[in-house]
Design a protein around this ligand. Structure first.
Ligand code: GLA
Length: 422
């Protein structure tokens, strides 16, 4: 172990127990409808963009044909507004018959045939946030069984229209009900987001035992302000949140909005870098049919993805907030590698930030770095070597570091540069 003792401590905390369904040992990846397509059900006037089986099939085609699946983006997740306003005569949820004429089971088969997985949305409460039928406590078993019978692989269980007591009962009950179906179904719990996201109202030990991931905080919107607000909340509370993440159990700062309307190219890199540091689920919500080449390159950046998906599964931390409005983030990775992100909150011009690994608490040794967004490498650095990074306003510089002190063979170093995921 080359870095400070703090790292060994962090590695230890990742031994926290996780939901025992064997799923999501690295943060889930894929695509979800909500942020980009919301509750647009106007298929008559907006057939390409409304919540319908065509939208999910289209996105599945894109994931399968445009190189996404190979990079790890393998889930297509239906969010709210998919269901009929009424349950069927046996009390089961059913999809809207006009918008999902083939039914969910057929859509699941379409995805499975392409090596993809299907996620669906439910809400513990009387209604979903969009006003569709919810899952009250008496419906938990039925809904779990229905989802399993359709071949669903993932459930996002929202928490609109339920109270604290119902959530306390319902989230663990759904976990049991999903397990009882015998089908492996990843389980995302929005519970903490409805209880302020912090202890004592939120019990992260319990959440880790019953859910694979959980939404801790507010919904992301299509803006840099929203990305910054979420980032600040997660890192301001890192003492509490960071130790809770581990293989099979992840904090979820919400969807990637890269490729939409609110972020510049620099800001898009910033979201990708910060989500990689946070070990966040990489769930895009964008229009994969019309993505720009810049957005695609950022979302398919092999090194950023490899950092996000590091098998050790230790969430990163904010190390510094400088008066210059430069912030430094760090994540320890397996094989004594690490990632560093330099983020500029400035609004003037590229800022030249001077530092060294020693100043960032790295121990003595010999280091090499790979610049995640430019592909350049730096070698022969010692912890004491002073260096300068030029960081664009609201942009990042992101480095993947390898320590050579253990005499890592060159082939191992090269095979670890993330670009090998393809
Ligand atoms: C809540 C959730 C969102 C989305 C909407 C759907 O706001 O946090 O992610 O699922 O409900 O109505």
């Amino acid at each position: 172990m080359k870095l400070l003792p703090v790292i060994s401590l962090l590695a230890l905390t990742s031994a926290t127990s996780a939901l025992d369904n064997g799923l999501m040992r690295t943060p889930p990846m894929g695509w979800m409808s909500w942020e980009r397509f919301r509750c647009n059900i106007d298929c008559e006037n907006d057939p390409k963009n409304c919540i319908s089986e065509n939208l999910f099939r289209d996105m599945a085609d894109r994931l399968a044909e445009d190189g996404w699946k190979e990079m790890g983006y393998d889930h297509v997740m239906i969010d709210d507004c998919w269901s009929s306003m009424l349950r069927d005569k046996d009390g089961r949820l059913q999809p809207d018959p006009q918008r999902f004429p083939g039914g969910i089971a057929k859509l699941a088969r379409y995805l499975h045939d392409r090596g993809l997985k299907l996620g669906i949305y439910g809400d513990l409460g009387t209604h979903t946030c969009g006003g569709y039928p919810g899952t009250t406590l008496d419906k938990i078993d039925t809904d779990a069984q229905t989802f399993a019978s359709w071949g669903v692989d993932f459930l996002k269980l929202d928490g609109c229209y339920s109270n604290e007591e119902e959530q306390q009962k319902g989230y663990p009950l759904m976990s049991k009900a999903l397990n009882a179906t015998g089908r492996p179904i990843g389980y995302s719990c929005s519970w903490p987001a409805y209880r302020g996201g912090l202890p004592p109202s939120v019990n992260y030990t319990l959440l880790g035992e019953i859910c694979n991931l959980w939404r801790n905080y507010d919904d992301i919107q299509d803006s840099w302000d929203s990305v910054q607000d979420i980032t600040d909340w997660f890192f301001d509370n890192q003492e509490i949140l960071q130790p809770e993440a581990a293989p099979g159990r992840w904090n979820d700062p919400d969807m990637l909005i890269i490729g939409n309307f609110g972020l510049s190219v620099d800001q898009s890199r910033s979201q990708m870098a910060l989500w990689a540091i946070m070990a966040a689920p990489l769930i895009m919500s964008n229009n994969l049919r019309t993505l720009s080449s810049e957005a695609r390159a950022i979302l398919q950046n092999g090194a950023a993805i490899a950092i996000n998906q590091d098998p050790m599964g230790v969430q990163g931390r904010r190390l510094l907030q400088e008066r210059s409005q430069i912030e430094v983030y760090w994540r320890p990775l397996s094989q004594s590698a690490s990632a560093l992100v330099f983020l500029s909150r400035r609004q003037d011009m590229p800022y030249r930030y001077h530092t060294s690994l020693a100043k960032l608490n790295y121990t003595a040794g010999s280091y090499e770095a790979y610049d995640v967004f430019t592909g350049k490498t730096l070698s022969g650095l010692s912890a004491a070597t002073e260096f300068t990074v030029s960081i664009n306003p609201s942009g990042v510089v992101m480095w993947y570091w390898v320590s050579f002190t253990l005499e890592t063979p060159a082939w191992l170093y090269h095979s670890r540069l993330g670009c090998t995921r393809k």
